[in-house]
Each structure stands twice: as C-alpha cells, then as structure tokens.
Design a protein around this ligand. Structure first.
Ligand code: PAF
Length: 281
C-alpha cells in the first residue's frame, strides 16, 4: 500500500491505477477505523480492481464547540488495517494541504443540509460535501463507498453527485453493529462502561419502532412517539432528534407507504451518537 500525502501524488497515483480500464473504488474515512469502515473496504474490493482510501479528520465538518481536536486519531493502526484488507492507495493529507490559506470555496447541498443532524450541527454537511467533492476531484473514483449509519450524509452526497454531474457511483453498505446492537462508531471510544450500556437506548428505540411497524402500525406520529418513549426510560441520555423521514429528501413523512428512514441522534454524556433503520412495506 502506498501512502500519499499530497494532492498531486494522490491524483497521479489514482490516474496510473485506473490505466487499462481498471475500476477504482474509493473509501473516504476520518480514521479511527472499526469493522464498519472495514466492511466498506471489503465491499470496494469485491467490486473494484483497485481500492483507494483516505484518512483525513476534516476540520470544516466540526462546529466550534465540537470534538475536532479530541477526535480519535490512530494513524499507524489504521494504516496496518487498510494494508491487511488490500487497499492499494491511502491518501493522508494534512489540513494545510486540503485547505491552503485563503481557501473560501464551499459546496453546499441546500435544504437537505439543514435537516436531521444538519439542524443541530449547523455547517456540518457543508463541510462534508466540500471535502467529499474535493476528494472525488482528486481521486476520480468510479465507485465510492459510504456507511448507512450516516444516512443523512448518504442522501446529501447522492444529491451532490447528481446535481454536480460527478459521475461517481455511490455504494451504501449496511450498518455494522456490536453483538448487543450498538452501531459501530469511532466515537464509541469516548464512552465509559456505564455510558456504553446507556447508549443501547438508541438501538432499543429503533427496535421498538420496527416491532410496532411489523405489527402493522403505519402512522409516523405514533411510531415516533413510541421511539421517544423508550428514551424517557433512560434519563441519562439526552435525545437530540427522533424522526421518520423520506430517505432521499429527509423530509418528515406522515404515514409509511414507501421506504422510510427512522433516524435518531442523542447525547450520551458529551458524546453525540446516531443510528437509524429503514422501514419498508
Ligand atoms: O463519514 C465520514 O467519516 C466523513 O464524514 C467523511 C465522509 C469521510 C468526510 O469527512
């Protein structure tokens, strides 16, 4: 595996790797890798002749009071994991390389970027779409792989790719969960043992909604209320939102007649976690 630190090196390495009609798959990450990320790499390996990944903790997607400075960084460990999975190219730029002084251009997907996490994290999705579009321009992948856990991110990136004619196929891989149901996240590393137990309220609330849906309930209001009720039994966890929305537009739905995204975000101590399920008839 080659590690590239400059845009120029990454661009020319990707260009060379694509020679001979080879399909290039790309897995963008912020590092602190877990099985969820590795499942993206495995999906990329299954569909592409060459796989590139990136590790870049992107400052523009963190708010001023968020965890940019303490976000877990484990570059050497991550590098070994990616190498073991057969990644050929790893892009690991510095902040200065990605955002040289004077950079003032951003990519915004309007409307969608203010929904779900975008509402409580203003500017977050603008940072995500800016860095992802830069990474796509640098690597020019045929396919790019994202996790369903960030369902709003997926919807926003799909819209960006469509609107800007980026010509990258977005592949979405299922959420990878711990044995007890907790969705894997780099931020789970922040949780104490007690918080780790409390965090199960996220997946429990979604399981409750799924159960009611399977019993025939189709009213989004009732399903949402049932999910929120589960949180009232875990007062140490502060619910940010529990919403049932259209998976493409992220707008709330009233009743479930087409696939609907049930998305939740909550603070466990100072750690903000997200999870979701898709309900389909
Ligand atoms: O999902 C993430 O880890 C990040 O939002 C991404 C897509 C790598 C952009 O920084």
């Amino acid at each position: 595996m080659r590690v590239l630190e400059t845009i120029q090196q990454m661009r020319s390495s990707c260009e060379a790797a694509r020679q001979g009609e080879k399909r290039l798959g790309f897995v963008p990450t912020m590092g602190a890798l877990h099985e969820g990320h590795l499942s993206l790499v495995r999906a990329a390996k299954a569909r592409c002749q060459v796989v590139a990944a990136s590790i870049f903790v992107n400052p523009t997607q963190f708010g001023p009071n968020e965890d940019f400075s303490k976000y877990p960084r484990s570059f050497e460990r991550d590098q070994k994991l990616l190498e073991k999975e057969g990644v050929e190219l790893l892009f690991a730029p510095s902040v200065e390389e990605m955002y040289p002084e004077g950079a003032v251009t951003f990519v915004t997907v309007e409307g969608l970027s203010e929904r779900l996490c975008g509402k409580s994290r203003p500017g977050h999705f603008r940072g995500v779409t800016t860095v992802v579009s830069k990474l796509f321009h640098i690597t020019q992948p045929d396919l790019a792989f994202f996790g369903q856990k960030d369902a709003a991110q997926v919807a926003i990136i799909r819209r960006m790719v469509l609107d800007l004619n980026l010509g990258v196929e977005i592949v979405v891989c299922p959420i990878v969960r711990e044995a007890d149901g907790l969705a894997m996240s780099s931020r789970n590393a922040y949780l104490s043992q007690q918080q780790r137990r409390s965090a199960l309220v996220l997946s429990r609330s979604l399981a409750q909604v799924k159960k009611l849906f399977e019993q025939g309930e189709r009213c989004a209001g009732k399903l949402g209320a049932a999910g929120r009720q589960v949180f009232s039994e875990e007062p140490s966890v502060r619910l940010d939102y529990f919403q049932i929305v259209n998976p493409e537009t992220l707008e709330p739905v009233e009743s479930i007649s087409a696939p609907a995204l049930v998305a939740v975000a909550a603070f466990v101590g100072g750690t903000r976690l997200i999870d979701n399920i898709v309900l389909a008839n």
